[in-house]
Each structure stands twice: as C-alpha cells, then as structure tokens.
Design a protein around this ligand. Sequence first.
Ligand code: NAD
Length: 348
Amino acid sequence: MRVLLTGGSGFIGSHIALLLLEKGYDVLILDSFVNSSSKAINAIKAYLENKNLNYDLQTISGDIRDKKLLDKIFIDAAKKSNPIQAVLHLAGLKSVSDSLVNPLHYWDVNVCGTQNLLATMNENECYSIVFSSSATIYGLTDSVPISEDHKISPINPYGKTKVAIENMFYDLYRSNMKSWKICSLRYFNPVGAHPSGLIGEDPIGIPNNLFPYITQVAIGRRKFLNVFGDDWDTIDGSGVRDYIHIMDLSEGHINAIDYLCSKKSCFEIINLGSGKGYSVFQIISQFEQSTGSQIPFSIQCRRDGDVARCYADISKAKKFLGWTPKRSLEQICLDGWKWQRKNPNGYS
Ligand SMILES: NC(=O)c1ccc[n+]([C@@H]2O[C@H](COP(=O)([O-])OP(=O)(O)OC[C@H]3O[C@@H](n4cnc5c(N)ncnc54)[C@H](O)[C@@H]3O)[C@@H](O)[C@H]2O)c1
C-alpha cells in the first residue's frame, strides 16, 4: 500500500517513515525541508539497508501549498499503477511563539496548505487521512486527564490553525460521509528518539521544548536548563506534562491507518499521549539517573500561557485503535540521550 507522508523529514515524520517502511508500506515523502534536514532521510535509508530490508521510499522536495505539484504527485502515482491510498499529513509550522509573530504565515502554511492537500485528495478519490493535531488546542485547562470531548480553547495562532483544520475535516466528512476516512490525532509531548540513535529531534536554534533542551545541556551545548515556575500546585511545584515516546506515537499512526482501512468511512479525533503526568523536576531526576549526566537548572518566573498540569486521557486510543504506549520514561531518557550523544550537533 502506498502512502503519502507530508513532513516526513521532520522529527515525528522521520520516525513514522522508518516504521512504515519496516512494515512494508511504500512511502512517498513530501517535505519542503524548511524545518528539517535531508540527512534524516539518508539516516532512514542507512538503517534499512543495514538491516537488509527491501523498501520503496521516494522523496519529493516541495511545498504542500503547491497545487500543481500535488496534482502531479497523485497523477504520477496512479499512472505507475501504485496510487496513493492514504495520506499521513504532518507538514506544517509548529512554533507557538513564532505563530504569535507571524500568524498569517501559520494560517497560510497550516490551513491553506491542508485545504490544498484535501482538494487534491478529493479530486483523485483518495479519501483516507491521518493528521497531526495537538493538545495545545485544549488551551489553559487544569482539569486532567484531558479527554477528546474537553472544551476546545486555543490561546495562540498555532493552536487556532489546528482547530480550523479539524473543522475543515468535519465539513468535508459531512459533505461525503460515504467516502471520507479521517483520523485527527492530538499529540501531547512526543519525545525521545529511535533506539538506534540514528534519527531524533534536531530543533533549529534554542529548543522550545523541555527534552531537547535537557539533552543539549547534558551534551554541553547549553549551560543550564530554565525551569519556569516552582510554585505550581503540583507534587514538587514544577509543571506537570504528558511525555510520549516518539516510537509509541509512531506506532499509533500505524494503528490509525489500520483503523481507517477497516472502516467504510469515519471521522475520529483521538488523543495520543502516555496518559501520565511527570513534573519537570521528576524528568530531570530520571534523566540524571538513567544517563549519569548532570542537569544544572535555574528557576525562572512562570510563563504566560502555562498551566500546572496537562496530561491525556488515552482511553479512546486504546478502545478505537487498540493502541497503548509501551515505553517508560527511562526508555525515553535513554533513547533521547543516545541520539544526542551520537549526534552532538544534530544532523549538522
Ligand atoms: N513536536 C511536537 O511536540 C508536536 C506536538 C503536537 C503536534 N505536532 C504536529 O506534528 C507535526 C510534525 O511535527 P514535528 O515536531 O515533526 O515538526 P517538524 O518541524 O520537525 O516537522 C514538520 C515538517 O514539515 C515540513 N514543512 C513545513 N512546512 C511545509 C510546507 N509548507 N510544505 C511541505 N513541508 C513543510 C518541515 O520542513 C518539517 O520537515 C506538525 O504538524 C506539528 O504541528 C507536533
């Protein structure tokens, strides 16, 4: 089965690509490389070749807003008698702070790009899509665990684009309920790396997220970690979040495709998280214990837009996708550290 994976060179996309190829899917990656390196694709190929696995991977450098290119991708695949049967749509911009400065760019890439993709799928009668949504759309809530029917209340343009896309999916589904199969996955915090240490998270500039920041402190690229608030109403005063191993998250996508294949039509929104909350201090302590590294930190004021705790109710993923996360926090630390140690400067 051939799938189109948009954003397949990015952090999450590269891990999903590897898993799809290992499972025998033919994968066509479309990525503009605006926030990723083609070295991630080379690493995937090297891993598969080392394992003597036959695979069918095609990479196209391009933008999801380029309608002519999308048309060509679908038409060429059909001509080769290997049409695209499903799309995993990860391409997009994801920085909350950048979205506050450049909102129109976020609406253009994320929303217009997705509309473009859906129009092309519709024209080519490809009706199955798995989408990368985000827990950020739940906004400032402290009522945990967060289930999918929790109020939607995004507080930044990035989150609003994800809500707009989910609304677009719903309208499209309602317009042709016999055909569309749509699964929007709301990720919590994907972290860690492939256990080989060959692919992992390589943020450009200062990491926005806790885990890559910790590994960069551990490798000596940053002096200390900033901890934003130690006076939250949590177990130790630091913020509590849901961290999910990137391989667990990737496996969730395979289950989501299987789920779509088993249905005549559907529209489902499903949380993907670990279902557990860990505080920043617990993460530091586990990382130090698992890796033997020291993580110096400095307490800073709370940031606007933060909450005390946020973690997922993952019962719907278990029920609908037959999926449960398997990897521990220790495994997250070990795999993330392995990637950073093998690649102190990421892909560069
Ligand atoms: N990483 C997270 O914590 C997180 C959490 C929730 C949701 N998500 C969503 O998951 C998806 C993947 O996230 P990621 O962490 O792998 O990010 P990433 O930036 O590493 O990957 C996104 C990929 O999309 C590509 N891209 C961006 N704009 C494009 C365009 N116009 N056309 C084609 N390709 C384009 C980038 O080059 C990059 O390779 C994103 O949609 C993101 O919003 C991520």
